[in-house]
Design a protein around this ligand. Sequence first.
Ligand SMILES: C[S@@+](CC[C@H](N)C(=O)[O-])C[C@H]1O[C@@H](n2cnc3c(N)ncnc32)[C@H](O)[C@@H]1O
Length: 256
Amino acid sequence: MKDKERKPLLQMRKNWDEMAKEDATKHIASGRGTWKINDFFLSGEADIERICMPFFESRNFNPDNKRMLEIGCGIGRMTRKFADLFGEVYAIDVSPEMIRKAREMNKDKTNIKFSECNGEDLSLCAEDSFDFIFSYVVFRHIPRIAIIAKYISEINRVLKTNGLFQLEFNPHVSRVLGVPIPLRVYNSGIERGWIFPLLKFYKRGEIDTRKLGVRVSTASFSRMIEPTELKVHEFKLGANGLWVMGEKGSHEAVGG
Ligand SMILES: C[S@@+](CC[C@H](N)C(=O)[O-])C[C@H]1O[C@@H](n2cnc3c(N)ncnc32)[C@H](O)[C@@H]1O
């Protein structure tokens, strides 16, 4: 790989390692100052109940004894609960410090394997090896569409036929003329149609540029899966994220 292509990957690792050392819980689940560790893990359980369970029920999917992959697991906020539901959980993250903390805090969950990854592909994983692939608040922070596209083609490779995926993206423009949009505004989604007036909201100090990722729209996701066997069941636009739920090689799937 050329140095120019490696730079964003190395920067991502450096940034997330820094944030893991500063205050991992705060940077993982922002919008809240300091977390009590118990509440932090409970928030992961609540997210699985809210986000994954309705999808599993809609697809008649029983996770028991199944194998799943979580991309960008952080310190295992959601991974712990996934381990109660699935037979085996493989959890990867670009930050060695996040993985070190994840291992330390989840020693009791023996069916989780945590690994540091290179931040752009799933070369650690064998093809057709997972029943479910999940990622939350990770792709929204990736600064290059090419890295996201690479992950998507890798998800296609390692997911089993009829395996499910559930992935979250940033649907909003995060920079205007190269200027980062303040997170407050960026999270509100207000920029659609209001790009230039927005600049008046720009204030230094409100922006954590380490977290600003590229936009993924329903159209750009559909283009990325064209050469793959991935099919979309549903696009769901939430308060500040775009969820994509789908399956590999399903004949009943729609869209994509
Ligand atoms: C906001 S945290 C979310 C963690 C976890 N998904 C959760 O919901 O608790 C984002 C995580 O994604 C990881 N990450 C960022 N870019 C990544 C990449 N390209 N590949 C893998 N992990 C990445 C970061 O190190 C960090 O742990």
